[in-house]
Design a protein around this ligand. Structure first.
Ligand SMILES: Cc1ncc(COP(=O)(O)O)c(C=O)c1O
Length: 368
């Protein structure tokens, strides 16, 4: 296990050594932002570390409400629900919406949070092949009884491959049913893709009352906790039907204060997103020139498939040159959604300098 000894950022201290850091999910480098840290310290001084009770009792303080106000504005919704962890968002949505669907159809390579969420929903769960609208259609035909409502469940952006779920293709299939729901875990899309950073639905230009997503403030936003942009009626349902929301402690107050500040910063500074996308385009074009195949999307997760070239020793060799990337193995005990042949995951941040990205590309070029 490695020990991170600074805030994660473009330069990070790991195991006592400062390195160029291309891992994790701090896509805007906000985890070490002075204004987030100041907001967290101020909130801790005024309200303490946490409310020690759930939101529905006395556990809601002004800082938590501020997160929800800022999140509603950021995501263009009338309300937002803030809860303890992004991981829980799928369970909250599926429990909250339980009266509105009968069978869950889930991308089989979805994140653990998605699969666990489906498991606690207490509804039939039918997996379909990864990002395969054709197989979704087949599974719907095979498993849905007349009059039943399907719910399609998937990651919005896959954590290791960086692939975006083909939601328009799924909708094309689902449109032939009288009613349906779509739920997406947008932990890696929220804040990052779409013109306003609102995530995968905005990226695809979709807006529809049957589309639902959950996000996290723990990755791109640099704070902590899960977020669902919603309206008042659904928020009430989620807070009534999903026990996680009323039977677990509210998120820690300093983390909430930092999250609220991050939402404000990313709302007022769209140029941070532009810089991130420019860095992603820069890194992708350099790696394509080395022969890697990378989809043309703004997702800051670059996945080098071990099929294209033997990348087994690459992370260690890069580390010896002061550059850190992640290596993922496929199969049990690894991580969800890892390509069959394994992968190198490179995370690009808005705060990486062009020189850092050039050095990454040059070093990879020299090693492969
Ligand atoms: C797709 C996806 N959903 C949810 C989570 C968990 O989010 P959080 O860390 O906010 O609980 C992760 C974290 O790695 C993730 O990749």
């Amino acid at each position: 296990m490695h020990i991170m000894e600074s805030a994660p950022g473009a330069r990070t201290v790991i195991d006592g050594r400062e390195v160029d850091y291309f891992c994790g999910c701090g896509y805007f480098g906000l985890q070490g932002h002075p204004e987030l840290i100041e907001a967290a310290c101020r909130a801790a001084g005024q309200y303490g570390l946490g409310s020690a009770t759930s939101r529905r009792g006395y556990g809601t303080n002004p800082v938590l409400l501020e997160v929800e106000t800022q999140a509603a504005r950021f995501f263009g919704a009338s309300e937002a629900l803030y809860y303890a962890s992004g991981y829980l968002g799928n369970a909250i949505l599926l429990q909250g919406l339980a009266d509105d669907y009968d069978v869950i159809f889930v991308d089989r390579e979805s994140h653990y949070s998605v699969l666990d969420g489906a498991a606690v929903a207490r509804k039939p769960v039918v997996p379909f092949a990864h990002r395969d609208a054709g197989d979704l259609k087949t599974q719907l035909q095979n498993h849905l009884k007349p009059g039943q409502t399907p719910l399609m469940l998937s990651d919005g952006v896959f954590a290791v491959s960086g692939q975006i779920a083909p939601i328009p293709d799924y909708l094309h299939v689902l449109e032939s049913y009288e009613s349906f729901l779509v739920c997406v875990d947008d932990a890696h899309g929220a804040g990052v893709i779409g013109p306003k950073g609102q995530g995968c639905f905005e990226y695809h230009g979709l807006s529809d009352a049957r589309l639902f997503s959950s996000g996290t403030l723990s990755k791109a936003f640099g704070g902590y906790g899960g977020i669902i942009a919603t309206d008042a009626a659904l928020k009430t349902r989620l807070m009534t039907n999903a026990p996680i929301t009323f039977a677990s402690s509210a998120p820690p107050t300093p983390a909430a204060a930092a999250s609220a500040r991050a939402l404000e910063i990313l709302h007022h500074h769209p140029e941070l997103r532009t810089r991130l996308w420019e860095n992603v385009a820069h890194a992708k074009s350099g790696l394509r020139a080395l022969g890697f195949t990378l989809e043309d999307t703004p997702v800051p997760i670059l996945c080098l498939s071990c099929r294209e070239v033997c990348l087994e020793r690459l992370p260690g060799q890069l580390l010896s040159r002061g550059i850190v990337v992640s290596r993922w193995y496929a199969g049990g005990g690894s991580y969800s959604g890892v390509p069959r042949e394994g992968a190198i995951r490179i995370a690009i941040f808005a705060t990486h300098s062009p020189a850092q990205i050039d050095r990454l590309i040059d070093e990879i070029g020299a090693l492969v």
